[in-house]
Structure formats: C-alpha cells, structure tokens
Design a protein around this ligand. Structure first.
Ligand code: SF4
Length: 317
C-alpha cells in the first residue's frame, strides 16, 4: 500500500496574545490519501483555518511535522518551500480579500505561471490562462477584467483557477464556499468534484458547516478548541457519530426527508476561551454525558476502533 500523500503529525500552533498562550492547534494528527477529500469541521475559532495555513507553512507551526509524500514540508528552507508550493495550494474563503483588485484576471491567474516559469512566452502564457478559465467555467475573453466585475461565485472560480495554474497535488480549501449563497455553494462544490476527477486532486476541505462537507468528503475530521475529537468516513460520521460534540453538531443539520426525525441536542454554554481552555477534555463543561472527575482531569486521546473510526472520548470508542 502506498503511504498517504499528506501526513500531519502532532501539529501544534501556539499564539502569544497579551501575555497569554493560545493553543490554536493542539497536537493534531491525520493523513489524507492521494485523490481523497478530508473534510475538517468545527465552530469558528476551533483552529481549523490555522491548521490549514500551517500545512502550507503560510503560518509557521510551533511544533509537529507535515509530510507531502516523502518530503517533510516542515523541514524545508525558504527556497525549497517556494518550489514545493507548486504541489500544495490553498483557496481562501474570501475571494474579495484574496484577489488583488488592481490586477486583471490574466495577471492574477498568470502570476504563478511566471513565478514558476511554466510557460515559454507570452502567447503560451495567454493560452494557458484561457484554458484555466475555461476549466473553471469562465470565459477566456474575461481575462482582461478586474475582480470587482465578477460575482462572488465567479471570483471563487478565479481563485480556483489561480490555484490550479501550477498543477498542484493537494488543495487546501479554507472555507472556500462559506461566503457564497447555497445554490452557488453547490455549483462551486460540483466544480471542485469535477476537477478532482479530472486532475486526481487531493483536498483538505475546511468548513464550519457539517452539511457543506458531507457531499464532497470521503472522510471527515471534527475539531473542537484546537483538537481533533473525531475522524471517520463520511458515511460513518453522519450515520453513527461517536463523539458527543459531533452528535450535537449533526443534530442541528436539517434532514431533507421529513420522515426522518433527529432529536436536536442543545449544548449548554459558549465555546470556551481558547486562551484558557477547560482542563481534561476541552468539551467537558458542555458535554451532556461527562463523567467527573475523569473528564475534567484527563485529556482523552484519539482511539481507533476496529472499523477505522477515531474518537477522542473517555466513554466512547
Ligand atoms: Fe464528554 Fe468526557 Fe467524552 Fe469529553 S471525554 S466528550 S467530557 S464524555
């Protein structure tokens, strides 16, 4: 069996804010196979976007390792990292913020072609940009326009074309559809699925909404206050969630079939402050089945069950 394409081992990112250490990412480990989509979900502030940025080293991790195939991304010097960025790309949430308003689409999509010297001359470059725009469902004659002349969904397509320009292996989609209307979300997700099939792409798909990741993900990881609390195949996670936090998140997802009823689990309290997280299991103050003192004193590690389902809970798995 081939090793996973992307491996994250014990990744930690601490921020020092006003004299307080915030553990934004707290010993996170997972892998993603080539051609697979791993969805990552959790409430805002749970560390999922920081984790995504650490994979690409857009944010430097405090400790831990990231591997892309045989290459340890976290050990590369700046020059080697720039070269590796061809393989590892990111599509951001906010196309307004991530596209330079003073650059044409041609300049935005073509920038990486120039940096990585991927085309021999201006004609080849323009042809490649036209091809990339067509690939993401835009018209080649739109390349002379500026980002503000496009809708939100079209801007996100420009962001995807920019990422695809360097023929990456892995795309980290950081809340890439969260700012879009539901129908546009579905179109962009459909596009990402088509591109995955066409180019054999591997995705880490980050979102705060479980219903968004369900259809695109092969497996889903659930994060809570910097830690992964559950990882399972998409089917298992949605039909047999193990962690009480996942159960609560899922109970809020509407089911299209009116015959299926799901009991809504209301969690007490707010998401705790990441600068002063609860001891033991971070979820214990909100957990409906907590067992004290165990849950308040000991951190539950991710355990793997026989069917490959992983859960971090003293009472489950
Ligand atoms: Fe709840 Fe305890 Fe499990 Fe945490 S470890 S999810 S507090 S039962």
């Amino acid at each position: 069996m081939n090793p996973p394409l992307l491996r994250v081992e014990n990744l930690v990112k601490d921020f020092h804010v006003k004299g307080t250490d915030i553990h934004a990412v707290d010993r996170v480990s997972f892998h993603v196979e080539a051609g697979e989509t791993l969805g990552v979900v959790g409430e805002s502030g749970c560390g999922k976007s920081t984790m995504g940025r650490c994979i690409l080293r857009l944010t430097e991790p405090t400790s831990g390792k990231v591997w892309l195939g045989d290459t340890e991304v976290t050990a590369l010097n700046a020059k080697a990292l720039r070269a590796l960025r061809r393989d590892l790309q990111i599509v951001f949430q906010d196309p307004f913020a991530s596209l330079n308003p003073r650059m044409t689409v041609e300049a935005i999509v073509g920038e990486a072609l120039t940096i990585h010297k991927l085309t021999a001359n201006a004609t080849e470059r323009r042809d490649r940009i036209a091809q990339l725009l067509e690939t993401v469902g835009l018209k080649p004659d739109q390349m002379r326009r500026y980002p503000h002349e496009f809708s939100g969904g079209q801007r996100q397509r420009i962001g995807i074309a920019r990422a695809l320009a360097v023929e990456p292996k892995v795309l980290v989609c950081d809340e890439s559809v969260s700012a879009l209307d539901v129908s546009i979300q579905a179109q962009v997700i459909g596009l990402l699925e088509d591109l995955q099939e066409q180019f054999g792409l591997t995705y880490v798909f980050i979102a705060h909404d479980l219903s968004v990741v369900e259809h695109i993900s092969d497996r889903v990881a659930v994060m809570y206050l910097g830690r992964i609390v559950e990882i399972a195949s998409s089917h298992d996670l949605y039909t047999q969630p193990q962690h009480p936090y996942t159960e609560a998140l899922l109970s809020a997802v509407p089911i299209p079939d009116p015959k299926i009823k799901r009991r809504r689990i209301m969690l007490g309290g707010e998401v705790p402050n990441a600068g002063n997280p609860p001891t033991g299991c971070h979820f214990h103050p909100r957990c409906p089945i907590r067992q004290l003192p165990l849950c308040a004193t000991e951190r539950p590690e991710l355990k793997t069950t026989a069917d490959g389902h992983q859960v971090a809970c003293h009472l489950r798995g």
